[in-house]
Design a protein. Structure first.
Length: 983
């Protein structure tokens, strides 16, 4: 498979697939996601037969759908189709909640009239009468059950506030704070935003618009000095009774924990307690905490946080006039603000609105969801969890419930291995939480039908994805026959655009990389954007212009000024600090351990339990049981911050912190490990601490560290290994090693280099058999793999004196470097191996490796193996059969075009022969072809195809000119001193 370059793709315009207008269910999903729960009930319609005495005949089956949302529950009428019932109940919910589904056709003057009418209606007898729990209820025509919501009547959030105003005595009787109208009535707020879009973020502007509208209502009055509104004439007795019949009060006194958020970011968040008695208006209690006379001086933000909460900020109103000139045009209302006041950055960031001065964060009030008084305590830990959730990697950490252990993965390999929220959902959530517009995704398909046997392939022609797409309810576009297209061929690429709340482009991800499934292209594109944002957030002291220009964006193009403007509050609140040194851990020697301990404050990994020498490889699923403690240096006491009995993640994708993955990759199943690391940023510690965060926030963390306790519970091997083991015994991996050992012994080689040695499986095997080898070397770009290889080889060489006496090996060196780059220290070895490596590279890099290894390294013999693409159907069919027997999920196998999701290509026999023959001819080598698994004489050939190159000319060491030493020595062993060195 050829991966088209960015410049090539840019020459072919990508056409955005325009989705049809969203249906009601899609709108509900976009707003509530997984919090929207649909329940379908089957009912039978009875048909009268017209003859008394005969039993009723059963009619057609009908369906009734119930939708449960955080605010309300609602039930549909009966329908013949489930789909119609779901759409109908979604439409009812949209109407109840006042969700705007399309651009309004209203003009601004018409919207001003609507605003006046809405204010007048809210203070009418009709509105109060509609609040009665029995009003508007009806019985189901078939079941006789009530069509009202499952959890009680659907009440307007203003219900409790109106009753509170009528229950109050003194001069505030019947008076309602205007900020309550703006905060609790979605239709009023929507009209204000339509009249002046700035009203969405400016609470005072919204209040000013409502008060101006109230001046035009003959039925209501407003205060010239305070933010109060009331009805001019008394309500009718029926309306008052309908309101007073509502059970919206708590019969007991309540105490609710809230947070005091100072205006200055330097001052800490402090917990406070709201003591609300049964005869008190809770807004008066909040006013007292803010040092205000009464609720008329309190401004209220919109709700935020989880959908089911009533979490809002409460803060002081300014002591200024709001320009209540009745002759002024509502659409031209000026912005109102605080003269000489300071913006509360933390409150503004979380609420997305302008909040000034000190504020109180509380979850208390009335909602559509409940007929009573809703209240929920908010802790310091809750606040920091919200902060973490708004970071590019925070959503993933929270979805895994592992703030300290999890990390945003670097790649989306496949759905079966992914854990937590999908990258697309994470990016959408990040945009919503940071008050940006929904990101736009567009895909193009690449015609893969005419593959050339020549390597590398020419750029494939791009075409617009066919219109025969299924638009899912959640907005994701997929092929209707997604699995079939993945098997037959064809790849996809995806573009992403991030937009500001005003629909201005702030970041775009151009076409980079192709994928066999459209969903994989979308998920990887979203993950690439999240990863870029995550790196940017860790550079707080570097300007976006300087930072982006100093690195390869990988297809990311940003608009610095617009991006900085949209994320300025986010960056200022988080103030992310990057660790001064790279955290690493290893247990390869006391010298290295001491250096790491001195430099990074880390201890070596202590691993206990039986070592089977079978360590998790890249692509495998590791399941661990872990606990993370906060420990003060020199103190025996420690506090559990985070723990999990079963935590799964894919090795090699960066789904956990580097320290934790480095530890797990050195463990065998049932082993235990312990290590210590430095602290992550403070907000992560406090978010993970939960109830402990309250006391922890007051302490100094300078002398603290994290202590990890890890148990490797199980390991699920990669799909490639499972496919091979299902058909071959011994597995192909072992057969390849045995094949290489055979040629090593036959050649009498004394020096060997393994290009792409990985975790050292071949090098380890050389320790188990007598050979003529004296010097062996390995090179790989994965330091984690080299660490595992060093550990295995070191344990083999130092395990027993018997092994040392039987082996002829005198020295071992492991290098960190790319096999496409020459290093003279590996020139002229007797034999070189490269087993199942090149398919993990791009095809042009595989060609580059061929030129470097035969043209510069010049081994006398080179053994290269790679999967035979033609053998894949047999492997996949065999694996599918075994999964049928076990009842496992077959999705992973059915959608896999290659044996491993990390493979960039897989060659047929003709393609491999063409590549190897051209190389051999170019550099005066002979080449023979063989393989393991299957038969070379029968189609489709060997499962793993092998080329053996032999040098036809002698290359003395003095012939090469370059003395470059591009590789870094990671580990070295010398039999003369029996010690290891790490640099």
């Amino acid at each position: 498979m050829h991966q088209a370059g960015a410049m090539e793709v840019g020459e072919t315009p990508a056409v955005v697939l325009k989705n049809p207008p969203p249906n009601p269910k899609t709108i509900i999903y976009q707003k509530y996601g997984q919090n929207a729960k649909y329940t379908m009930k089957e009912v039978l319609e009875s048909v009268q037969n017209g003859c008394p005495g005969l039993p009723l005949q059963k009619g057609p089956c009908l369906y009734v759908c119930t939708l449960e949302l955080p605010e309300l529950s609602i039930t549909s009428e009966p329908f013949k189709r489930k789909k119609d019932a779901m759409q109908a109940v979604s439409k009812l919910a949209i109407e109840k909640l006042g969700i705007q589904t399309a651009k309004s056709n209203l003009t601004v003057p018409e919207a001003c009239d609507e605003l006046i009418s809405r204010v007048s209606y809210l203070f009418s007898d009709e509105f109060l009468s509609s609040l009665h729990p029995l009003t508007g209820s009806s019985l189901h025509p078939l079941t006789g059950s009530s069509l009202r919501p499952l959890n009680g009547p659907t009440l307007h959030p203003l219900t409790g506030h109106f009753r509170e105003s009528l229950e109050r005595g003194g001069h505030l009787h019947g008076l309602l704070p205007v900020p309550v109208l703006s905060a609790c009535d979605s239709k009023l707020h929507s009209l204000c935003k339509f009249i002046n879009p700035k009203a969405e973020s400016n609470i005072l502007l919204s209040i000013a618009l409502i008060m101006r509208a109230a001046r035009s209502c003959s039925s209501v009055a407003i205060s010239e000095e305070k933010l109060l509104i009331w009805r001019q004439t008394p309500y009718s007795q029926e309306a008052r009774q309908a309101l007073l019949d509502q059970n919206v009060f708590s019969v007991e006194d309540i105490v609710v924990e809230a947070l005091y958020v100072p205006c200055s970011v330097g001052n800490p968040i402090e917990p406070i307690y709201l003591n609300v008695s049964s005869n008190q208006y809770y807004l008066d209690v909040i006013a007292q905490k803010l040092g205000l006379p009464d609720s008329s001086h309190v401004l209220v933000s919109r709700t935020f946080g989880k959908a089911s909460s009533e979490m809002r900020f409460y803060f002081s109103a300014p002591n200024i006039s709001l320009e209540l000139d009745s002759t002024s045009n509502l659409s031209n209302a000026k912005e109102t603000g605080y003269p000489d006041a300071t913006l509360n950055a933390r409150a503004c960031y979380l609420s997305g609105q302008d909040i000034h001065g000190d504020a109180i964060l509380a979850s208390i009030g009335y909602t559509r969801r409940s007929t009573g008084f809703l209240h929920e305590s908010i802790s310091v830990g809750t606040y920091y969890r919200m902060l973490v959730g708004r970071l590019p990697d925070g959503g993933y950490k929270l979805s895994r419930e592992a703030i300290l252990a999890a990390d945003l993965p670097l790649a989306f390999t496949n759905r079966s291995n992914w854990r937590g929220s999908s990258p697309r959902d994470l990016l959408c959530a990040f945009c919503r939480q940071n008050w940006l517009s929904e990101p736009e995704f567009s895909t193009v398909s690449i015609d893969d039908s005419a593959q050339s046997s020549k390597i590398p392939e020419t750029c494939k022609k791009l075409k617009v994805s066919e219109p025969s797409k299924e638009v899912h309810e959640n907005g994701v576009i997929r092929d209707a026959n997604d699995v079939e297209s993945a098997i037959k061929g064809g790849t996809f690429m995806c573009e992403v655009k991030m937009l500001s709340r005003n629909q201005e482009l702030i970041l775009e991800y151009k076409l980079q990389g192709s994928f066999r499934r459209q969903n994989d292209a979308i998920q990887n594109a979203a993950l690439r954007v999240l990863s870029w944002l995550n790196e940017y957030f860790k550079q707080p002291n570097v300007s976006i212009e300087k930072w982006s220009s100093s690195r390869d964006g990988g297809g990311i193009h940003v608009y610095p000024q617009k991006l900085n403007k949209e994320l300025a509050l986010c960056l200022s609140v988080h103030n992310v600090q990057q660790n001064s040194v790279l955290q690493r851990c290893t247990s390869l020697g006391s010298k290295c351990t001491d250096e790491l301990s001195e430099q990074n404050g880390l201890s070596s990994v202590i691993i206990t339990g039986p070592d089977s020498a079978n360590y998790p490889a890249n692509g495998s699923l590791a399941c661990i049981c872990y606990s993370i403690y906060l420990k003060q240096k020199g103190e025996p006491m420690k506090q559990v911050l985070e723990s999990c009995d079963e935590f799964e993640f894919e090795i090699g994708t960066g789904a956990v912190t580097p320290l934790l993955e480095a530890c797990v990759t050195q463990m065998s199943v049932n082993q235990f490990a312990f290590f210590i690391s430095e602290l992550p940023p403070q907000h992560s510690i406090l978010a993970a601490a939960g109830s402990f965060a309250k006391s922890l926030s007051l302490l100094s963390l300078q002398d603290c560290c994290l202590e990890y306790s890890v148990n490797l519970v199980r390991v699920t091997e990669p799909l490639e290994d499972r496919m091979e083991q299902a058909l071959f015994n011994p597995p192909l991996s072992k057969q390849r090693v045995e094949y290489a050992l055979k040629h090593i012994n036959e050649s009498g080689a004394t020096t060997l280099v393994d290009f792409g040695c990985g975790s050292g499986s071949l090098l380890e095997s050389l320790m188990n058999y007598p050979t003529s080898l004296k010097t062996i070397a390995g090179v790989d770009i994965s330091r984690k793999g080299l660490t595992r290889a060093a550990k295995v080889i070191h344990s083999k060489l130092t395990a027993s004196s018997e092994l040392i006496s039987n082996t002829s090996i005198k020295s071992v060196v492991l290098y960190d470097g790319s096999i496409t780059v020459f290093d003279h220290r590996l020139h002229g070895f007797d034999i070189g191996t490269c087993l199942e490596v090149i398919e993990h590279m791009e095809e042009d890099q595989a060609c580059m490796f061929g030129d470097v290894v035969l043209g510069s390294f010049c081994p006398k013999i080179l053994i290269v193996s790679t999967p035979n693409y033609e053998y894949n159907p047999i492997l996949q069919k065999c694996t599918q059969s075994s999964q049928d027997d076990k009842g496992d999920d077959k999705t992973e196998t059915l959608t896999c075009k290659f044996r491993n999701y990390d493979h960039k290509f897989e060659w047929t026999r003709d393609q491999f022969n063409h590549w190897a023959s051209d190389l051999a001819s170019k550099y005066d080598y002979s080449v023979d072809f063989s393989g393991v698994g299957g038969s070379g004489d029968l189609d489709p050939g060997f499962a793993s195809q092998i080329a053996i190159f032999r040098n036809n000319r002698f290359h003395p060491a003095v012939q090469f000119v370059s003395t470059a030493q591009c590789y870094e020595v990671i580990w070295e062993w010398d039999s003369t001193c029996m010690t290891t060195f790490t640099l």
